[in-house]
Write a protein that binds this ligand. Structure first.
Ligand code: CUA
Length: 318
């Protein structure tokens, strides 16, 4: 526990979030005190029958002073609010932009557990091992209802939704176990849907990865699924059907039949598998069948990892 009974600050973002929290709490406490002190002073000074209260006649100098007071109590709070807004916006932007060197971890939530997968293939349930100092980007989705990934020690919380990917990133700054909660009521065992983030020294983490052997990795699993689901029949090298070539696709802009362009990120690939008619690549017939209901979220993530590897780069779209 750190100051005021808060959980320890265990990510790079945590002290920055706390600083804002303490600043806003400090300012609001000071304003509340000032209001109460003024209230008490005025209640005594202008009480019934007091001299100050009987003076109905306000001299001109006092009226001018009043105007200055009004301008002050409008401008000072305005500046304070703008300062709080600017400060919080900086944090919001930092929280939304994972650093380029972040490693990805894929999270699938379901009633009532967290399944997590490292790109090198290691799978975990209700536990995530990471290295201290290494930024991690979580790509998260849900197989059923809305959940929320909450790590108090990192000062981070993000809803995890069915049907789309949400993101969150962090850089752990100290080793240890930090509790992970589900912070969205999701049914009977919601309260038990938790676990731990285990932060290890980088060397220990490498050993952990080796000991929990990742083979096959996600992309290799995705390659097997690519054949199993029949994707290779149209998108493979020897296919006779005119379907988009997936090599070199990930992270690139894709011109669509309606004249717009999208970036081929995880969201686009997922939608193309489940809702193939939503965004038709320009120059292709909308002949791909939907795989909705036939393919689970973990398999989709493996397929995306494979398509990403086909693109020859594990770099993320910016
Ligand atoms: Cu999952 Cu609450």
């Amino acid at each position: 526990m750190s100051a005021f009974g808060l959980p320890p600050e265990a990510s790079t973002l945590a002290p920055r979030i706390d600083a804002l929290l303490f600043a806003v709490t400090g300012v609001t406490t000071a304003v509340a005190l000032a209001v109460f002190v003024t209230m008490i002073v005025f209640a005594i000074r202008y009480r019934a029958g007091s001299k100050a209260r009987r003076a109905d006649d306000v001299p001109a100098a006092q009226a001018r002073a009043r105007r200055r007071v009004e301008v002050a109590w409008t401008l000072v709070p305005l500046l304070l609010f703008i300062a709080a807004f600017a400060w919080a916006t900086r944090l919001y932007v930092a929280r939304a932009a994972p650093p380029a060197e972040a490693v990805d971890v894929f999270v699938v939530a379901k009633q009532w557990m967290w399944t997590l997968q490292h790109p090198s293939g290691q799978r975990e349930i209700n536990e995530l091992h990471v290295a201290r100092g290494q930024p991690v980007r979580l790509v998260m989705t849900s197989q059923d209802v809305i959940h929320s990934f909450f790590v108090p020690a990192f000062r981070l919380k993000q809803d995890v939704l069915p049907g789309r990917y949400t993101e969150m990133w962090f850089t752990p700054t100290r080793t240890g176990r930090f509790h992970l909660f589900c912070a969205e009521y999701c049914g009977t065992d919601h309260a038990r849907m938790g676990g731990d983030i285990v932060v290890m020294e980088p060397a220990d983490f490498e050993r952990w990865l080796d000991a929990h052997g990742g083979t096959p990795d996600m992309a290799a699993r995705g390659e097997a699924l690519f054949r199993q689901y029949g994707c290779s029949g149209c998108h493979g090298a020897n296919a006779t059907i005119h379907a988009p070539d997936l090599a070199g696709l990930f992270g690139k802009p894709v011109p669509l039949a309606d004249g717009t362009t999208v970036i081929a990120d995880e969201r686009y690939l997922r939608d193309s598998i489940l809702l193939p008619r939503k965004e038709i690549a320009a120059g292709y017939e909308p002949i791909m069948p939907s795989f909705a209901g036939q393919i689970g979220e973990p398999d989709i993530l493996d397929l995306i990892a494979y398509i990403r590897r086909l693109s020859g780069s594990m770099e993320r779209p910016r």
